[in-house]
Design a protein around this ligand. Structure first.
Ligand code: 13P
Length: 244
C-alpha cells in the first residue's frame, strides 16, 4: 500500500525505526520494495529533487505507486532535503506522500516561516512533513552542510509548527565518515528528545554509523534512519538476483 510517514510510523510503533533509502534511478525501485517484502517491514523510498527532475515527477511517482499497491508492505515516497518551496509544492501536487523542507541553512525565523507554509500546504493534501534544525555535515546532491549541532530550543520551536518528524544535526555526516569522527552527540540528542516529546526524530547520514550508535539513537527517539551508499550496493546485488 502507498502511505505517508505518519501511517508508516504508526504501523511500526514499538518495532524500532523505519529505513529510508535513497533511490537514484528506476532500476533500484523493484529491488528496494522486494528487499522490504523479504523481511516484512515498511519502507520509505526517498529521492533528492535532482533525481525527481532527472526521472520526471510523474513517471517516478506512477511507478512507486503502482509497485506499492501490489506490495505486501507499506511504501512511502519522500522528497529528501528540498530547499525550494515551489518544487516541494509540485512534489505534493504530483503525489509524493511525504516531503522534507530543509531550511536548516537559513536564520531560524526564516526556517520557521517557510516550514509553516510547507506544513499548511502539505497537511491540507494528506502529505507528511519533515523539518530540519542544525545541519548534516558533508554534501548530498548539491545540499551542503557544515554539520552544526542543533539547538534543542530551536528544535522545539520547529516541532511546535506541527511537522510530523524532525531531522536534527547531532554530529552526523552525509557520505563517508572521517577516521577521526567524534561519533553522534547523544547528549544533544537526549535534550532534543526531551524538548520535543513524542516527535519522531530522523537520523540522516546513516550509512556509516555503527550499529550500536544506531540502536542508542533509536532508544532516544529516532524513528527514521536515512541510508544511501551501502544500500545501493545491496540493492544492486538484489536487482541482479531478481534478474538472474
Ligand atoms: P548517507 O549519506 O549516510 O547514505 O545518508 C543518506 C541521507 O542521510 C539522505 O538524506
Amino acid at each position: 500500500m502507498y502511505k505517508n510517514l505518519i501511517e508508516l510510523f504508526k504501523e511500526n510503533e514499538g518495532k524500532g525505526a523505519v529505513g529510508a533509502f535513497n533511490l537514484h534511478c528506476f532500476e533500484m525501485l523493484p529491488a528496494m520494495i522486494k528487499a522490504a517484502e523479504e523481511i516484512n517491514v515498511p519502507i520509505i523510498i526517498q529521492t533528492s529533487l535532482g533525481t525527481a527532475e532527472y526521472i520526471g515527477f510523474e513517471p517516478l511517482i506512477a511507478a512507486v505507486k503502482a509497485l506499492a499497491e501490489k506490495s505486501t508492505v507499506s511504501v512511502a515516497l519522500h522528497m529528501d532535503h528540498c530547499k525550494d518551496i515551489e518544487k516541494l509544492k509540485k512534489a505534493i501536487d504530483c503525489g509524493y506522500s511525504s516531503v522534507m523542507y530543509d531550511g536548516s541553512s537559513l536564520p531560524i525565523e526564516e526556517n520557521i516561516k517557510n516550514t509553516k507554509e510547507v506544513v499548511a500546504y502539505a497537511h491540507e493534501r494528506g502529505v507528511s512533513v519533515e523539518g530540519e534544525v542544525g545541519s548534516i555535515g558533508g554534501e548530498e546532491d548539491g545540499v551542503v552542510g557544515a554539520g552544526e549541532v542543533a539547538d534543542p530550543a530551536e528544535c522545539k520551536r520547529i516541532a511546535d509548527l506541527g511537522i510530523d518528524f524532525l531531522a536534527a544535526g547531532i554530529g552526523n555526516i552525509h557520505g563517508k565518515y572521517p577516521e577521526n569522527w567524534a561519533g553522534l552527540n547523544f547528549e544533544v540528542l537526549g535534550k532534543i528528545n526531551e524538548a520535543t516529546g513524542d516527535m519522531p526524530l530522523v537520523l540522516h547520514g546513516g550509512t556509516g554509523i555503527p550499529d550500536d550508535m544506531i540502536k542508542k539513537a533509536i532508544s532516544l527517539g529516532v524513528a527514521k534512519i536515512n541510508v544511501n551508499t551501502e544500500c545501493q550496493i545491496a540493492f544492486a546485488e538484489a536487482t541482479r538476483k531478481y534478474i538472474e
